[in-house]
Design a protein around this ligand. Structure first.
Ligand SMILES: *Cc1c(COP(=O)(O)O)cnc(C)c1O
Length: 392
């Protein structure tokens, strides 16, 4: 079959699922108690940093994820920054990440004065490749008085941030094994994967600390917001303290015991979050229905395949993703252009961070897999209502 007819078959399959539904990549949907709780905030004047919804939201996140503690923040990036500060990332520390992620993962490291150090991903989960990671560390790292140092830079390699890409859980068990071997702290960037399970456990709760984002395009939204989760009480207390300008709790005095941040989530946003979270299981159910619809529609079609959860995992299928079989120059542009013409939002993966302007001079291993994947990935419309059965 020639290429352009394959391209239009792929597009036809996707548009058969989208039909009369939402054509954006991911549109927020508010069909629960959102208005009620927001009105409550306004009627009681509790719109800012004081009010019950923040604590309620934190408790509900704990309950849903099975994490002991949750600290709500102004966004996912600030939660990640706090997480890195709380595990002790300091200037010149290196933190390992995949280049195939949203730029916030690297920015949070840079905010600490640390260095994002890029390692390759693998094609089944789009997460960090544990085998390549181990081989690379054996090559470039040395142990000196119990610390793991980068032989080249002499700087400590302290931590690793697995990111569960588009909701697909990374290979946590193998990554934990490598992390243990090299004494690396694991911080999970689960910004995209609230409700995704790795062997029955919620992504975000497997490492020492995890974060979720509630930006407008995530599976649940608080307008803007994030949360840090951990089972470690010391980290949780520190995160809460630092997120509230490190103010010493007192009824009227304003005293602070270190340089903190204003990273709190306002009550108004938390109210939205509480309402959204009441429907999280339904949302995940719809997302998974939508994935099944795409699987059927794209089933007999050559040229692209739908990214699926690996065995033993449940994805929240935050963004459904197709991967073109091979890189044919101009193909992906052609599909994106055709989609744009019929007003269907599709988009390529992010520019790889190790070739982005801010991070192209940072340490990196050869990232062949990430480079190949980044030319073949297309995210396709994934609003939850597309998963309603009537919409078939
Ligand atoms: C959305 C996202 C973030 C950051 O979340 P914000 O709430 O937008 O700050 C971090 N990492 C990844 C992978 C994300 O997708």
């Amino acid at each position: 079959m020639n290429q352009s007819s394959s391209n239009s078959q792929i597009l036809n399959a996707i548009s058969s699922v989208v039909q009369n539904g939402k054509r954006g990549l991911h549109e927020p949907e508010f069909n629960g108690n959102e208005s009620k709780y927001l009105s409550d905030c306004i009627e009681t004047s509790m719109v800012s940093s004081i009010g019950n919804y923040v604590t309620k939201f934190e408790n509900e996140i704990s309950k849903f994820t099975g994490s002991k503690f949750a600290v709500a923040t102004s966004n996912g990036t600030s939660a990640l920054h706090l997480a890195l500060v709380c595990v002790g990332i300091q200037p010149n520390d290196e933190v390992l990440i995949s280049p195939l992620t949203f730029i916030a993962t690297a920015n949070a490291i840079a905010y600490c004065g640390g260095t994002p150090h890029f390692v390759d991903c693998e094609s089944e989960t789009l997460g960090i490749d544990p085998g390549k990671l181990r081989k690379y560390l054996l090559e470039i790292a040395k142990v000196e008085s119990g610390r793991i140092l980068n032989r080249k830079t002499g700087n400590p390699i302290k931590a690793i941030i697995p990111m569960h890409c588009y909701g697909i859980p990374s290979r946590m068990e193998e990554l934990i094994r490598v992390a243990n071997e090299f004494s690396l702290t694991i911080i999970e960037d689960a910004a995209e994967s609230l409700g995704s399970l790795y062997r029955g456990r919620n992504t975000g709760t497997i490492g020492l600390v995890g974060i979720y984002s509630f930006n407008g395009n995530k599976i649940i939204t608080t307008g803007g917001g994030g949360v840090l989760v951990t089972n470690d009480e010391t980290i949780a207390r520190k995160a809460k303290h630092l997120s509230t300008t490190a103010r010493i709790s007192h009824l009227w005095n304003f005293q602070h015991d270190e340089i903190g941040f204003n990273y709190r989530m306002p009550n108004l946003n938390a109210a939205l979050g509480v309402a959204q979270l009441e429907r999280i299981n339904e949302k995940i159910h719809l997302k998974r229905n939508l994935h099944d619809k795409y699987a059927i529609a794209l089933g007999g079609i050559s040229g692209a395949s739908l990214l699926k959860e690996p065995p033993g995992c449940r994805s929240n299928y935050w963004l459904n993703t197709i991967i073109l079989d091979k890189v044919v120059s101009g193909d992906r542009e052609e599909i994106l252009r055709m989609a744009h013409e019929i007003n269907i939002s599709m988009r390529p993966s992010w520019e790889l961070l190790n070739s982005s302007i801010p991070y192209r001079n940072y340490p990196t291993m050869k990232t062949d897999c990430a480079e190949d994947l980044s030319k073949r990935i297309i995210n396709i419309p994934s609003s939850e209502s597309l998963g309603l059965l009537e919409n078939v």
